[in-house]
Design a protein around this ligand. Structure first.
Ligand SMILES: [Fe+2]
Ligand SMILES: [Fe+2]
Length: 172
């Protein structure tokens, strides 16, 4: 049986992951409005990844005999000044998610909850990848500067991204 403190913290993280999913859906809409359909595609894949994260936590709480709650999710912003600003916003957001994952891991260790700690190791690794992927795009956008052709080249690269669900027990 999962401890109440850990359950509540994971339930807060489920909201955080669902907010992330909505934030990226909002960004997909923004990029479509700019006719940057490759960026929009990248964001739509991100939406699926974040829902996958939320469900991973959700199922985990249930598997441990706890109560997984669906909480209130605040509305994300819907407009950014430029693709670069949107990706800088994304990077800041992912850094804050990394921070909350680290805090959760610290709580699991404090509560001697080894199973939750193992689950969180998967998320710790995932956040390294998330930050690296977003940082790469931020840097590519900075390099592109005002060059429309560089922007469209990056857009066509991002069109190729597809959602690949990790194996059911991957990393656990
Ligand atoms: Fe996530
Ligand atoms: Fe993320």
């Amino acid at each position: 049986m999962i401890k109440k403190t850990v359950q509540e913290a994971i339930n807060r993280q489920i909201i955080n992951e669902m907010y992330s999913s909505n934030l990226y859906l909002s960004m997909a809409s923004y990029f479509r409005s700019l006719n940057l359909n490759g960026f929009a595609n990248w964001m739509r894949v991100q939406v699926q990844e974040e829902m996958f994260h939320a469900m991973k936590f959700f199922d985990y709480v249930l598997d441990r005999g706890g109560e997984a709650k669906v909480g209130e999710i605040k509305a994300p912003p819907f407009h950014w000044k430029s693709p670069l600003e949107a990706f800088q916003f994304t990077l800041k957001h992912e850094e804050s998610v990394t921070d909350s994952i680290n805090k959760l891991a610290a709580l699991a260790i404090k509560e001697n909850d080894y199973a939750t700690n193992v689950l969180l190791q998967w998320f710790v690794t995932e956040q390294v990848e998330e930050e690296a992927n977003v940082t790469e795009i931020v840097e590519r956008l900075k390099l592109a500067g005002d060059s429309k052709s560089s922007l469209f080249l990056l857009d066509s690269e991002l069109k190729a991204r597809v959602f690949v669900p990790p194996p059911a027990n991957g990393g656990q």
